[in-house]
Ligand binder design. Sequence first.
Ligand SMILES: Cc1cc2nc3c(=O)[nH]c(=O)nc-3n(C[C@H](O)[C@H](O)[C@H](O)COP(=O)(O)OP(=O)(O)OC[C@H]3O[C@@H](n4cnc5c(N)ncnc54)[C@H](O)[C@@H]3O)c2cc1C
Length: 443
Amino acid sequence: MSTRSAVVVGGGFAGLTSAYYLRRAGWQVRLIEASGLVGGRVATVRRQGYTMDTGATQISTGYTEYLALCAELGLSQEIVASSQAIGFIRHGRIHVIDARRPITAGFTPLLSWSAKLSTLKTLKDYRSLRPSIDVRDVSAHYAKDTMSAKTYAEKRLNREVYDALIDPLLRAYVMNRASNVSVLEWFSTLGNLAGRNMISINGGNDRLPLALANGLDLRLSTSAQSVRKIDRGVEIVIRTASGAQDVLTADTCVLATRLPEALAIYPPARELAGSLTQTLTYNRGLCIDVGYRLRPRNLAIGLLLGAVEHQQIGLIWAQHNKNPDRVPAGHSLFTVYFDEAINDQYFNAGDESLVDIASTYVERLFPELGGQRDLSHVTRWPLAIPNPAPGYYRQIHEMKARIDPADRLQLAGDYFTCVGQNSAIYYGKQSAERLIRHHGQSR
Ligand SMILES: Cc1cc2nc3c(=O)[nH]c(=O)nc-3n(C[C@H](O)[C@H](O)[C@H](O)COP(=O)(O)OP(=O)(O)OC[C@H]3O[C@@H](n4cnc5c(N)ncnc54)[C@H](O)[C@@H]3O)c2cc1C
């Protein structure tokens, strides 16, 4: 029996997972990655004793696919608990809530009593979803994707819940304001939080991508220019680091890039994507790491805030509370994420002015950090997060219905459901399973 072959385009979690499972099934796999590193939007920079996860930062016990891969690759021992405290910033003050016991939120002055009652109403709306929401397939609930989270809050809840809870949580998840995001993303966010504990992998988030890539036939700094189906196979035109062009052929192919990149190299996929080709936009990721020689006593892992608190800053992640191994002993590291709504103005601003905005706010929250800064790092992701605007999940649902699971060319990526590493892994694995099921036998 001849060995089956695949070319996987894209070395993020979706492509690496797909390649890993195909190879495990005995396939001959080549993985093409345009950049010089594997991991895609999962990246780690190490400097001055700090370990900065400059792309994806947090995982949780709800990341079942991620944790299954860790178990396969002998990394389970490297998973540790993060702090479970979350801080909501309201009127400049941090209100800390134990994420494991959301009931404690009922006792904080974060919300008025009427807002607390409204919160119960949105929990009831979430619980009434049937079947209950599965974060690996949020688009299954496309019928609810009818309005923005802000419109939902105005119609069903109140402004206070929006400002203090919904906008901060959605800015944390997708780096955009809740006015630009579907109400279904709000329910998906509740699904992502429900009963989960926050955890972290020791040593840096690039560990799992690196472990997946180990032993793969990997072509870094090589980009796929175009892909087309040929008689009983697939042909991929690539450009290598030296600028040379080459042609690869294989029985099958997985396109594990972001959706606009997949459409550019394989135009027939436009028919599958349908109206998404016009409406899908990506939120940019503008992330500022600021390290300090001192660690505040506050245990909150995330500091969440609505646009009423700060127009530019949408989220602050306290990396030392995620995993103390990310900083030198006694130090702290804050990642400050900017809001897509202001990125036109700030995305290309100079590093110094961005670090200034970020550190000024962090030091306003923690005055003891003044004069203690010893590191800063700016990361820009031009295509960070597919924006789940109202209607997005309906279009994703329609796209999924048009995809032929038996096709020798499969798409994989985080855009098939709510964004995240676990989603990318899930759809990467699905693409491998589909190829193995439908093309696993020799001709
Ligand atoms: C700033 C930021 C913060 C985030 N925070 C979190 C978080 O806390 N938790 C979480 O779970 N998720 C988070 N995410 C999301 C998470 O990183 C992604 O959902 C996930 O990593 C996507 O994986 P992927 O494989 O689908 O895509 P990618 O990681 O984007 O991989 C696609 C790969 O394809 C390559 N490529 C593109 N075109 C070509 C071509 N023509 N030829 C060859 N290669 C090509 C790209 O270089 C890239 O490496 C965050 C993302 C960002 C940017």
